[in-house]
Design a protein. Sequence first.
Length: 287
Amino acid sequence: MTELVLRPIHQPFREIANPGYFQYLLDTRLLQTGDQIPELLLSETSVKMSAFLDGIKYNKGYSQNYEEVIHSVIRNLTSILSLPLLTFPSISTSGLIQSSLDELKAGLDHYPRWITLLTWAFTNNLGQLAGNDQVEFQTLSWLDEWKISRMLEDNIQAMGYDEQTSWRMRQTLRILITHQNWYEEDGSQPVEKIFQSWIHDPEVQQFLGVHRHREILWYNKESLEEFVWWMSMIAILRVQENERKSSSDLLETFLGAQEIANAILEASNASGYQLDQLIQLLEPIHD
């Protein structure tokens, strides 16, 4: 019965969340200078999103910020597919900036991250349709209520990934949506406070593998490194999504996010992978 009721939403979303379309998008990533995203791809994406949002409007009545949601998807998709060519105006004058950028791009060698980025591009602003200021909370609520998260997991598994991997990608998506505005809202705060705001989220704790053993809270080193990479990447994508932001804003965000990431990773290396020790090591950084 639920499937029947949600059909106006599910049917057009399947035209987006399917292995063929995702692979088609990934095959158009810009890999060489001079490459361009085909206009046909962007117009097709707009049509698919319009059909999806029309289904939501018909089934649930939500339609505020309709054009803004579609536009944000196009901008996000363009930014994601252009990531291999990401550069900054001053890149030629700073080897340190280039090195940091290369490290960030190296994280894209892990192919499932591309799929996670696509799922984020198509879903992260859905909550705007409700017309309230709780966009992230509303988006996550709908992903569960309308069983879109389940559809995304099915799509990931249809692309050849096992259940555990698809679950991890779904978990990552939820964290990205929840914390997608972290840099704009908290980027000027001390690193310790930023990290505390993240670690208070139970889903982040689970992502990091936080667990208690012999009265000590431990975390997984590799998971923390992955999480920090995602926070840096999402900060950049949010700047690119905002048409009011300039290339200078993008560079400033990149450098700021990298400084925060490096501080956390440096403290992690000295923490023995104990959570409380990591937090204590972050505190003096801004004294």
